[in-house]
Ligand binder design. Structure first.
Ligand code: AMP
Ligand code: MG
Length: 314
């Protein structure tokens, strides 16, 4: 494996690897992605193998422009036009009906998930390769997503090439919105806040028809273990816990009256940007348990609470 700067030579090597049906890790504004030619069955299966990702979990396809996105879709809903105009390039993934002539990207449904990433290196790679790139986060399945090239190296030492574009600015995955029904449906809360998306499409239905205040309701997809550190993560309302064995790390936020440990911002966007790096640091410190203070039950914290909830799932 080699980590290279995303200069002309680095990009040339990356394109060569992608054209040879192999995979390249590259920076996006959300997290680092493990990219492969979305049209190559061989390349896509390499993503699943390296990540140990279950075959039922489909991949997001990254493209350089809206025309390339439309070419992957059977129909292009009006809402997709408006959302793309407003938020692409950016951390919003749209699920639309898949063009009939295309095979599924790792799963056998009739839809496809697409986005244009807002990262110069990702866009240059998409343009230089001329390929749509299927790219999940560049980590072993269920583990913590990588926000630096170093995180990728540690989780997936067998990746042939990593483009190092520095730390990811959003630090949390894209928001995934399903546009195949009458009302847009949230499939995964993420970087782009719902409030911002509603300004464009009006109402959004939440998973499990959860309440609009954003309190996440358990549903099979959302309680599944994911984004998890090696340490056992306990999501708690109160940090005074007894009966824990081994070293304990604390993850809290400013203004919560806690000192020491990992104190992240009390602003949900900034908290999200630091969350995965903080979990990596706590794992590196060798703690057996991470006590994570529950963030407020408001919609602004939806994506963070989703990730913490899944990191805590057994
Ligand atoms: P990841 O690649 O781990 O960031 O996750 C991709 C997310 O997009 C997962 O939540 C997938 O279930 C979702 N996704 C990808 N493709 C589709 C699709 N065709 N239909 C519904 N959800 C999708
Ligand atoms: Mg992932």
């Amino acid at each position: 494996m080699s980590v290279v700067r995303p200069d002309a030579e680095g990009l040339r090597r990356a394109v060569e690897v992608l054209r040879a049906d192999s995979v390249v890790a590259f920076p996006t504004e959300t997290v680092y992605g493990l990219g492969a030619n979305a049209f190559s069955e061989k390349a896509v299966s390499e993503i699943y193998r390296l990540k140990n990702r279950p075959a039922w979990n489909p991949l997001i396809v990254h493209v350089a422009n809206v025309e390339a996105a439309r070419a992957l879709a059977e129909t292009w809903p009006g809402a997709a036009d408006e959302l793309a105009a407003q938020f692409w390039p950016g951390p919003l993934t749209l699920v639309v009906p898949r063009a009939r002539h295309l095979a599924g990207v790792g799963a056998s449904n009739d839809t496809i998930a697409i986005r244009i990433p807002a990262h110069e290196v990702a866009l240059r790679l998409l343009e230089a390769s001329g390929l749509p790139l299927a790219a999940p986060s560049a980590n072993r399945s269920e583990g913590i997503s990588p926000t630096t090239a170093e995180h990728v190296l540690r989780s997936l030492p067998d990746v042939p090439l990593v483009l190092d574009g520095g730390p990811a600015s959003w630090g949390i995955e894209s928001t995934v919105l399903d546009l195949t029904a009458e009302t847009p449906r949230l499939l995964r809360p993420g970087a782009l806040p719902l409030r911002t998306i509603r300004e464009v499409v009006g109402s959004i239905s939440l998973p499990d028809e959860g309440p609009v205040d954003g309190a996440v309701r358990p549903s099979p997809g959302m309680s599944r273990r994911h984004y998890a550190p090696r340490a056992t993560l306990l999501l708690v309302k109160d940090l005074d816990q007894t009966g824990l064995s081994g070293p304990v790390g604390v993850l809290a936020y400013e203004g919560a009256g806690v000192e020491g440990a990992e104190i992240l911002s009390s602003d949900p966007r900034e908290y999200a940007a630091d969350l995965y790096a903080a979990l990596h640091r706590l794992d590196d410190a060798g703690v057996a348990t991470i006590l994570a203070l529950e963030p407020p039950q408001t919609e602004d914290w939806l994506a963070v609470r989703d990730r913490l909830g899944r990191a805590a799932a057994k």
